[in-house]
Design a protein around this ligand. Sequence first.
Ligand code: NCD
Length: 309
Amino acid sequence: MSELSVDHLLGIKYLNKRDIDLIFETADQFKEVINRPIKKVPSLRDITIANLFFENSTRTKLSFELAEKRLSADVINFSASQSSVKKGETLVDTVKNILSMKVDMLVMRHPNPGAGVFLSKHVDARIINAGDGAHEHPTQALLDSYSIRERLGEVKGKNVVIVGDILHSRVALSNIYALQLQGANVKVCGPRTLIPKYIEALDVQVETNLKKALQWCDVANMLRVQNERMDITYFPSTREYTQQFGINKDLLESLNKEIVIMHPGPINRGVEITSDVADSKQAIILDQVENGVAIRMAVIYLLASKIKQ
Ligand code: NCD
């Protein structure tokens, strides 16, 4: 039987190519399930999952919850703003209390990079990282690659540019690892101040001219400027950012080919992407969201199957 090489999904960094293939093959089956009139399978009736969100989320939280429910797992939700974390309880204490209620798996979003890795050393449960600060967001990268595979046939050999705030983006780092594992070529494009110094050590080229980057790529993944993670000013103004690094219809039409446009959401319409591009046929933004449920079902199912052994 095929199984994942890992017991938790803490980051793409810990996966191998076979893991990604297995997740995609499993997601193909779940995508078929969620397009049926009865979108549910009884696979995880004996599993309880806690969604722990210490940071805001719309898509990711709903997507995980739907994925869990479509697998028939029991689900409990926790959001830090309404919890005893505010009363001074430590992360490990909070989680140990939750686990004593016979919870098998944790999905956690946390502002601190490495929070999932830390927790995995202190508690006995499968952990899925739903975003740890500016570090990794593995299910987002998986659903992004899955959506590229769906649109372009395969990820291998494709040229992908990630545009925008690379420095503060967990989506960027997880995408870089995932795309490279699958044999894609990756470039980043954005203001120099928003490109981390270590990027070249990851074998990723930097292109500061957006038009050149778009001429090179098959896929452009547009990221949001993460203002909430910034304590200094990284570029002169939003208007100037948009002029240099925003994508619009005229720019796309000036290329001599059609590229695929992605965005993890939430979109800032008119900043990194104009509405006509976001809503165009070239954009696969809502396919990404749709695929997110199947990908998360696959990850949860594959990790849960390791619990029973
Ligand atoms: C991203 C996130 O939270 O990291 N969104 C998401 O999960 N779909 C990106 C962002 O917030 O810009």
